[in-house]
Design a protein around this ligand. Sequence first.
Ligand code: FAD
Length: 401
Amino acid sequence: MSATRRDFVIGAAALAAVPVSAGAAGRRRRVGVVGGGIIGASVAFQLARAGAEVILFEREAPAARATRASVAWINPVVNDAAYMRLRLESMRAWREDDRALGMNAIWGGSISWAYPDKEEALRAKAAVLQHTDDPPRALTSRQITEVSRGIHAGDDVAFAFETRRDGHVDPVQATRRYLAAAKKLGARILYPCEVEGIVVASGRMTHVETSRGRWALDDIVSVAGVDTPRIMAMMDRTLELAHKPGLVVHTEARPVVTDKVFEASSVIEFKQYADGRFLTSLTGGPPELPVHAAIRQQRAAFPDDELRRRHGQMLIDQTATYLPAMAGTRPAQVLLGFRPYPLDNRPICGPVPGVEGAYLVVTHSGLTLAPILGRYVAQEIMEKTPAALLTPYRPSRFMKV
Ligand SMILES: Cc1cc2nc3c(=O)[nH]c(=O)nc-3n(C[C@H](O)[C@H](O)[C@H](O)COP(=O)(O)OP(=O)(O)OC[C@H]3O[C@@H](n4cnc5c(N)ncnc54)[C@H](O)[C@@H]3O)c2cc1C
């Protein structure tokens, strides 16, 4: 592997120089990225920074799937110290990317509260957060309203806490920023362009077949979200994901009242963008009603626009009981999203077992994790140096050769 050093200037910010890794016959490594969501975009950017010749294949449009429907809350909160470390690393990387690429992230912190049935779970999360540099501050219901005027969590709050370092972004805008930066570094971003087949010869990936022809590659990175099992099947590999739908509603704009993300007893998450749009989300998926049977089992769309609008309005009205400033707004966008969700709710990131030159990333919390995964994937492919923090998350725990 030959190595030279280059400096890149993106917008106003200078990004650190990184080594350049060569493909066959001394030319640059040609790396294909399948998927133009937030993680694919971050991976493409970091690979381009590391000197790869990057071609990103996106079937529809940038951020068309899970990324577009995301709440995009950047947070470390999980009940697992090792996984939390990875998320905290990513939050540091987020700050760098925000500064360098102008992501317009809002770093206003967050407030989570639980009613009695969810108290224990929230206390467990707070306990893990104690050992970070942003320990949670416990709040009463009255203090929630003092800290964030206009929020009414109700008298039956059993436990609540505030964090100060969490942030949130517009996920579509952030994806576009990564892709624009990758393009400046020479990456080709192809859409609509569907990967339809992957050629593997003698255990090595050699080409992809796409709706825009066949491309010879040194490496391929699958970042295809819920379609990952299909991409793996193209290489004769089996991967199962969980089915986790979520409803996300954007409202029309109103005067800005908050810069925080709120989590109401693990049922509703809501926030407000700098342009005044509110976002609210039903995090637990569709309620267990006979009418939701299909959507609880498979990906589906709303049968008609009226039902879509009614679901949007119901969620807005429910959220307005906590945040009256939202009352009377109408749904501007109602999105049914499907989370790329590994069976153990931990990232899957690393080489595809038994297929040289093939790499896989699929995870929930991808808005939080995109910056660090981009860096580590580029490091592992271009420098061949394993990232220690990724050790627990290798694909081999689900896929055997
Ligand atoms: C309702 C909801 C709320 C969420 N809230 C949060 C949150 O608050 N914080 C957080 O961190 N995360 C959150 N997430 C999770 C986060 O959005 C995802 O983990 C993240 O968007 C995954 O990004 P991705 O790039 O891997 O996948 P995606 O955004 O799904 O992108 C995959 C892309 O691959 C493309 N593709 C698929 N097959 C092919 C093919 N054959 N050829 C070419 N292209 C292909 C698709 O068109 C798609 O654009 C949420 C998700 C949902 C649905």
